[in-house]
Design a protein around this ligand. Structure first.
Ligand code: ATP
Ligand code: MG
Length: 512
């Protein structure tokens, strides 16, 4: 080890020297910054025991007359009396097998502390094996930060950050890279705003398929109560009995549930078969009510377009994007369809050991909201969806279905889901409120490191990293979200030109 690498020596103001956290007095002229990695030699075997710097501050002898001088506007330059203290906490050391171990032996007071060179850091940041993807670089060393793919599936991932901090860019880049590995990871992306379409250009139409959400809708999968709930009918009402009977007729014939088929089935339902013994024209009135309800239903499809099977689609494509950006006021129906699709995927994975995929939920609060915080759509449909998302979050990984959630607001997403996915966390800059929430999930140390990160930078922690400690990453985009091609300014340029009656200039990217 080179003596010139020594940045400082361990020090304790109280005389107690701990190993889990150290204070370093910097040698004059040396520098450290929050997030940097340093190490001391293992007292027994000489391996580097790595610490991460959590804070750096100057410390100066306090002089009684200083206050009085400052009041007179006289600043006392006292470089001799000023030292720089850095606080750092222990990551640990790597044993021969490459496992991280905590230092349990004491280190003597005033032990030299060295700056961790690239080779040392690389040992801690590169996951073993080949099935891994590049996330970005560590800005202090310029080393690549890579994530192991297996833990990202087995233990899921959470990508969070405030508005416009780069969450979607990170997620879409990770999908693009993982889908290009050997073997390629398969993804089912629930895309709220059509942001993932840029993957089509990046990976090609053979590998990516974008499907409008309605095409997954399985009308015959819907329990009868859901139809009754749509119309607000009780089971015991005559109109409800007629509808259920008609549905039974369809199921018995294995005919698809469509408006046309269901109307025909309703015509077959006889009063006596239901035990209706009042006047016949009264029964016809009920029948007519059912006919009207079917016509106005949003759950019952018009034609018998065959619903698509997500499992089938994933056999031939690396990425299937379920585009739910169309249709504004139909959240309860979207919830129902997303729940159907996720159930199908998870069900297949449970039965078929040759199937797996990663489910990506962009804007997770729309699918797994924390109760009482963000309520959208209908309670019933929402509950069903939350149920299956929770199940995938807790049991998906071990059955080959990983869950990656992207969210802006941690507090609005269901606690169980966030906590499960936080086994791997890629955290961009956060609002204060969410930083507190984060501290509850992954601890203070991590949330203190976040600070104000520039766009595109994040703190990463989790099982997908080689070390279990947070690393600062400048994310290298592979693909940008579709929205990134339209800047807010270009929209206003467009409007201004239009209002002046000029044709927009072709060189300005104006389109959505
Ligand atoms: N890693 C990065 N490197 C460089 N620029 C980036 C990076 N990530 C994001 N950006 C820039 O920041 C912009 C916003 O990124 P992005 O849409 O990914 O953020 P977001 O957090 O998903 O935003 P929103 O909260 O609106 O969903 C992008 O248009 C891109 O220009
Ligand atoms: Mg986004």
């Amino acid at each position: 080890m080179d003596g010139s690498m020594t940045v400082g020596y361990t020090y304790s103001g109280t005389g107690e020297y701990r190993v889990d956290e150290i204070t370093v007095i910097l040698v004059r002229g040396k520098e450290l910054a929050k997030g940097d990695l340093v190490y001391v030699e293992h007292p027994k075997n000489g391996s580097p025991v790595v610490y991460q710097v959590t804070g750096v501050h100057p410390h100066r002898r306090v002089r009684e007359y200083e206050e009085a001088l400052l009041q007179e506007g006289r600043v006392l330059g006292d470089p001799e009396g000023t030292t720089i203290h850095a606080r750092a906490y222990q990551w640990g050391w790597l044993d021969e097998a490459g496992s991280l171990r905590p230092l349990r032996h004491p280190i003597s007071p005033n032990t030299p502390v060295r700056i961790a060179e690239r080779e040392v850091i690389a040992r801690f940041t590169k996951p073993n094996g080949e099935w891994k993807l590049l996330l970005g670089t560590d800005p202090s060393t310029d080393l690549d930060v890579e994530l192991g793919v297996y833990p990202l599936i087995r233990q899921s991932a959470l990508i969070c950050g405030a508005v416009g901090t780069g969450k979607t860019t990170t997620a879409v880049s990770m999908v693009a890279r993982a889908a290009s590995l050997n073997p390629p990871v398969r993804f089912f992306v629930v895309d709220k705003d059509g942001e993932y379409s840029s993957l089509i250009e990046r990976l090609g139409i053979d590998r990516v398929l974008k499907v409008p959400w309605m095409r997954f809708f399985q009308p015959s999968d819907i329990p009868w109560e859901d139809y009754l709930a749509e119309f607000g009918w009780q089971k015991t009402w005559w109109n409800a009995k007629i509808l259920v009977k008609a549905l039974k007729v369809l199921y018995a014939q294995a005919s698809p549930v469509t408006k046309h088929n269901l109307r025909k089935a309703v015509e077959y339902v006889g009063a006596e078969s239901l035990g209706f013994n009042k006047k016949a024209d009264e029964f016809e009135q009920y029948r007519q009510q059912v006919m009207n309800a079917i016509t106005g239903s949003r759950l019952i499809p018009d034609g018998d377009l065959m619903p698509l099977d997500p499992v089938d689609l994933l056999k031939d494509r690396h990425v299937v994007i379920m585009d739910i950006s169309t249709g504004k006021d139909t959240w309860s129906q979207k919830h129902l369809v997303v729940a159907q699709v996720l159930r199908r995927i998870f069900g297949e994975a449970l039965e078929n050991r040759r199937f797996g995929c990663v489910v990506v939920l962009e804007e997770a609060m729309y699918y797994a909201p924390q109760r009482g915080v963000f309520d959208l759509g209908d309670k019933d449909a929402r509950g069903k969806l939350l149920g299956v998302v929770k199940e995938i979050a807790t049991n998906g990984g071990r059955n080959g279905v990983g869950l990656w959630i992207v969210t802006q607001r941690l507090a609005t997403v269901d606690k169980t889901v966030v906590t499960q996915c936080a086994n791997n966390i890629i955290c961009h800059s956060l609002e204060d409120l969410d930083r507190q929430r984060l501290a509850e999930i992954v601890g203070d140390e991590f949330s203190r490191l976040i600070g104000d990160l520039p766009q595109g930078e994040a703190i990463v922690k989790g099982t997908a990293l080689k070390c279990r400690f947070p690393i600062w990453v400048k994310v290298l985009p592979e693909v940008y979200p579709a929205s990134a091609t339209t800047t807010p300014m270009s929209r206003f340029v467009h409007m201004e030109l239009a209002s002046q009656g000029e044709a927009p200039q072709p060189q300005i990217a104006l389109d959505d």
